[in-house]
Ligand binder design. Structure first.
Ligand code: FEO
Length: 162
């Protein structure tokens, strides 16, 4: 069994990760609609990863004899008005997720829950990677994405990576 404060936060985080998957699926749909299939596929992959993040947390709860309570997932409602909006919102969202992971980690430290700290190390590392990817993509867009040729080339590059 885990400390109640820790298990409550992990339970909430499962929902947040599924929400992240939903949000990125929404971004992917937006890009498919624009005809930017490379960007869309990139966010399809991000959405699948978020689901994996949620499942990993679910498995950790189960492995520790904790009951998981699934809550309703919020409707993603971002205002997507230009091709760079999802990139900006995505970076903002990843920074928010990092703060959530840090909060769970801090709580685990406070209650001497070394097992959860060790488990969360993976997420700390993953968040570093996720922020780096989101920053990199936004930077690339800001450099080349504002003209058709540059945007096409980023889109092609993203499609080739999937
Ligand atoms: Fe599961 Fe992108 O954070």
């Amino acid at each position: 069994m885990l400390n109640k404060k820790v298990s409550d936060l992990i339970n909430e985080q499962i929902n947040k990760e599924f929400y992240s998957a939903y949000l990125y699926l929404d971004f992917a749909n937006y890009y498919y609609d624009l005809g930017l299939d490379g960007f869309a596929k990139w966010y399809d992959v991000q959405a699948a990863e978020e689901r994996d993040h949620a499942m990993k947390l679910r498995d950790y709860m189960v492995d520790n004899g904790e009951k998981v309570t699934l809550e309703a997932i919020d409707k993603p409602n971002p205002k997507l008005e230009s091709a760079d909006t999802p990139l900006k919102l995505g970076l903002e969202h990843e920074r928010y997720v990092t703060a959530l992971i840090n909060k769970i980690y801090k709580t685990a430290i406070e209650v001497d829950d070394y097992r959860t700290m060790q488990f969360l190390d993976w997420y700390v590392k993953e968040q570093c990677e996720e922020e780096k990817n989101a920053e990199g993509l936004l930077k690339k867009y800001e450099l080349f994405g504002h003209e058709a040729k540059g945007l096409y080339s980023i889109d092609k590059d993203l499609a080739a990576r999937q």
